[in-house]
Design a protein around this ligand. Sequence first.
Ligand code: FMN
Length: 310
Amino acid sequence: MQVDLSTTIAGVQLDSYLMNASGPKCTTWDELEIVAQSASAAVVTKSCTIEFREGNPEPRYSDLPLGSIPSMGLPNLGYKAYLEMVPKLKALGKPVVVSISGFSIEDNIEMVSAFQKSDVDLIEVNFSCPNIPGKAQVAYDFEQVECALKALTVLGDKPIGIKLAPYFDMSHFIAMANILKKFPVKFITCVNSIGNTLIIDPVTESPIIKPKGGFGGLCGDYIKPIGLANVRAFRELLTDDIQIIGVGGIKNGVDAFEYLLAGADAVQIATCFEKEGANCFERIENELAAFMANKGYKKLSDAKGKLKPL
Ligand SMILES: Cc1cc2nc3c(=O)[nH]c(=O)nc-3n(C[C@H](O)[C@H](O)[C@H](O)COP(=O)(O)O)c2cc1C
């Protein structure tokens, strides 16, 4: 039985439910071209800043048995390079999602304004990078989120979404949902890595990555329950005009299905893509389709948000 995995985010048609997440292997033209040629439903760019950034000192990424710990520090080409790539990227035939990650509201206004005039399909504003020394995650400062959204949602008609940090308290879900409801935000992407975690190598007696004394964002299997809870909580608190892209610990079709039950409209994949390469999109898509077919489901909406109460 064929399962229809197509979906839409803010009216943008996606041939499948899976795409790459901003971060791994999406910084250079060559990397983005590989994403475009894979089964990823869209091409999501590395979060960009006003200027080119070298990023944090190495080693700044480590695989872990059940995920990864990066502290990259936003190495990227600078937003103008991605702006210039947009026509070429679009020509590869897939929706293009640009991720922007300014260090101030002014930075984000400049970048959102520029991409509003481009041909990108969706703009994802990253409010949750945990790995810039001395910079707090905007997503944990509710006043700043509100100010930023006030400024960023009036700059044009292209759909804007925000990439959120993981929340761990119901009062934070409620506070954030109440802010989101005030603005024409079209989607949220939940979750970024869990910031400021520490992995220690007992043999060397050192952290395993160098930046910030070894503090980095935890990703992969470790964070799936947190990603699922964030998607679920926001799905229950927000109205349907704000869609949700789930991310965190997806490495097979069953993980992707769990996010669907929690209410995700689409999902993104970071660590698994970093570890396995671009074939992961087709593999996970096939696994998801097979798992759903086995349950008799024909399309995403048959299961979306339909987590059954115990
Ligand atoms: C190497 C690496 C770099 C990342 N860089 C970014 C980034 O630039 N912008 C962003 O929004 N998230 C970034 N992330 C976070 C991912 O997009 C994703 O939210 C997180 O890794 C959880 O997904 P996963 O469990 O599939 O890895 C990065 C993750 C990794 C592993």
